[in-house]
Write a protein that binds this ligand. Sequence first.
Ligand SMILES: Nc1nc2c(ncn2[C@@H]2O[C@H](COP(=O)(O)OP(=O)(O)OP(=O)(O)O)[C@@H](O)[C@H]2O)c(=O)[nH]1
Length: 311
Amino acid sequence: MRSVEIYILAGFLGAGKTSLLQRILEQELENNRKVAVIMNEMGQVSIDSDSIPERIPLKELLNGCVCCTLSDKLGVRLSELINQFELDAIYIESTGVAHPVEVLDACLSPLLAEKVRIQSIITLLDAACWLDRHKLKIPLRKLITEQVKHADTIVLNKIDRISEESLRVIENELYMINPTGKIIPTKFTNINLSTIQYVERKGQDEHEKTHAIDHLHIKTYVHTFSHPINEKLFEDFLRTIPDSIYRVKGYIRFTGKSETFLFQYAYGMPLHTKSGLKMNNTLVFIGDGLDHSNLQKTLRNLEKNSMAAVH
Ligand SMILES: Nc1nc2c(ncn2[C@@H]2O[C@H](COP(=O)(O)OP(=O)(O)OP(=O)(O)O)[C@@H](O)[C@H]2O)c(=O)[nH]1
């Protein structure tokens, strides 16, 4: 199945997200790629939506933030776009106060996980605002740092407003927070699309499609079991999950039970509830530096041991 590339544009208010999106869309159209946009605004109206060319499918999410109150709706809008159009990519412009990992989490509902491929988290940073960040309230300062920390690419914008010397200082500071992120200093988001797009690397096992993309800072892995899983062995497995795995969600069937369970795991707390739906036995993992081949091996063993426990 062909999966749609997802790009998440994060970055504090006024950093240049809409300006960057316009540049990206111009270049995507020149390249004849079919792309769509989801625009999230905290307010009741979206002013920035007018800046999107008419031929690009656009969905708006207003009056809240996709990383919290509107997280369910993001999945719905993504599904609508994927079902209505044959797309290569979807760009999500999040609100300035969104946490990128929460946005990523909202994109990966178990129903969508096989249809989308998180390609990149791009954080826009206003260089002058970063220098003055001590003037911001602590939660906002923390948020901007988190946006930097979890980015695959940091577009360090508005460098016309700072000195060469300050630029070097900022680059060092960003490197300390996110050593693997690619830093692109710009004026007026003047960048070439190829510098922020990545080519997907194939999984190591050619016979089995893997949905983990190695270049990403925050990695995701989708695993589908072919058989029901022993509940006790699954609980044992949960106890071994490292802190670097932030989220696990999906549907699971247990040996000897006819119903499917909706499974959620966040910040070390697992929860499973009966689901009326007959879903695939699929789990989505989201984590920092997630070792997907090791995880795949562990989950395959879990399935093998579950089957052995039946006999
Ligand atoms: N001086 C300067 N201004 C810039 C630069 N890039 C963007 N701007 C201006 O900054 C303002 C905010 O840019 P936007 O692209 O709307 O930023 P945004 O992140 O989408 O803003 P929100 O939607 O409010 O979060 C606009 O007036 C831009 O023209 C730059 O490199 N230098």
